[in-house]
Design a protein around this ligand. Structure first.
Ligand SMILES: NC(=O)c1ccc[n+]([C@@H]2O[C@H](COP(=O)([O-])OP(=O)(O)OC[C@H]3O[C@@H](n4cnc5c(N)ncnc54)[C@H](OP(=O)(O)O)[C@@H]3O)[C@@H](O)[C@H]2O)c1
Length: 360
């Protein structure tokens, strides 16, 4: 008797903060023995460390488009968690999935990672927007122009689903917070830190005070790293249980939030953490406005921290997602994250990301 066929899952970004956490969850899935997981990684050393987990590591870059396309053509499911702005890589994955469909007759699944940066405005911290995006309100979502951050890539994915050769699902996390944990972190394979909060901590330690853009009135959603990883599993399970069940394509945008915060509240929590660790330079824990020079120094001149990105995760909750950690946990995590110290260098990494994205 031949062994049952395995589900071929391709993971990109498996060494990342989100990707590593999602990979850990897939390895612990009750049906893990029926998965054949291929992870595209850039580092040969990390590939070697991944092999004992029963993963097939392949060394390469998403910039090698024919290679990426070929990997995707062999996958039943692609979990894409590298770079929400990499249009060429997304197109290569889609070409591979089209080949998969044409050669097998099956419709593969793409679960792509975007971000609520797609919702941002130009508030510069001056106000809390009244616009709250609802991921079940297609008319509202479709007002987002292709010029919004991540949107060009998201639209390419939605259009591919409409062509019928792939079922696409786009997870759109808000500010993901908390340190990643587990064996991949312990082995030095996985990046344990997020971006937004570590960058703010890095900048704030340097200036000795929590900061904000303008008055810090702008609002963003937040979601814990373990809670957002839950969403990938719950969505995957829902798709397997009923491929026609969870919304896909233009109905397949899944925001990830479990509460929202103003930048002022985050700046104050950072200041309070600085005070508790004797790193506060000023007298008061009130955050102060970043000067133009500081915005240039810490954020490559970007005022993205002063934007609004408000949303409601209705679609994820409708398929059973139940995030458990909320805003109070988020704000209180800032002190332990500061004490942990692994934020060091986050501002530089952020600057490099902006430089690459804007070809500076
Ligand atoms: N963290 C958040 O709060 C958040 C919120 C919303 C959306 N997102 C989005 O989610 C995605 C992942 O974020 P993250 O926080 O997990 O980032 P991360 O920790 O920096 O992980 C990025 C992953 O992508 C890999 N990667 C990058 N470029 C690659 C390339 N050319 N070829 C192959 N692999 C490549 C990295 O590999 P290496 O280990 O080799 O560097 C790493 O595994 C990003 O698009 C981000 O914008 C993140």
């Amino acid at each position: 008797m031949s062994p049952p066929l395995k589900t071929n899952i391709l993971i990109t970004g498996a060494t990342g903060y989100i990707g590593g956490t999602v990979l850990r969850r897939f390895l612990a899935h009750p049906n893990a023995s029926s998965f054949s997981i291929t992870a595209l990684v850039r580092s040969p050393e990390k590939a070697t460390k991944l092999r004992p987990f029963g993963i097939i590591p392949v060394v390469g870059s998403t910039a090698n488009l024919p290679f990426l396309e070929d990997l995707a053509s062999k996958a039943d499911v692609v979990l894409a968690m590298t770079n929400a702005d990499d249009h060429s890589a997304t197109q290569a994955i889609l070409r591979g999935l089209r080949t998969h469909h044409n050669t097998t007759g099956n419709t593969p699944v793409l679960i792509h990672t975007s971000g609520t940066g797609v919702l941002t405005d130009d508030a510069k911290g001056a106000y809390a927007s009244e616009v709250i995006y609802d991921d079940t309100n297609l008319a509202q979502l479709e007002t987002l122009p292709p010029t919004q951050l991540h949107r060009k890539i998201d639209l390419a994915i939605i259009n591919a689903d409409a062509e019928g050769y792939v079922r696409s699902y786009i997870i759109i996390p808000s500010t993901v917070w908390g340190l990643a944990t587990g064996p991949l972190v312990d082995l030095g394979v996985q990046n344990p830190i997020s971006m937004q909060i570590p960058v703010l901590i890095d900048a704030s330690v340097d200036r000795g005070q929590g900061g904000m853009v303008g008055a810090g009135k702008n609002l963003w959603g937040n979601v814990n790293i373990e809670d957002i990883a839950d969403l990938y599993i719950i969505l995957y399970d829902a798709i397997v249980a009923n491929p026609d069940g969870p919304g896909h394509g233009r109905s397949g945008l899944y925001f990830g939030e479990n509460g929202e915060h103003s930048l002022y509240e985050v700046g104050r929590a950072v200041s309070q953490a600085l005070m508790a660790t004797d790193c506060l330079k000023g007298e008061s824990a009130e955050p102060t406005t970043f000067t133009k020079e500081e915005i240039a120094l810490y954020f490559m001149g970007s005022e993205s921290y002063g934007t609004n990105a408000r949303c409601k995760s209705k679609r994820a909750r409708a398929i059973g997602w139940r995030p458990v950690r909320g805003k109070a946990d988020f704000l209180s995590s800032i002190k332990s994250e500061l004490e942990d110290g692994r934020w060091k260098g986050a501002a530089k990494k952020f600057a490099d990301t902006i430089r690459i994205a804007h070809r500076l």
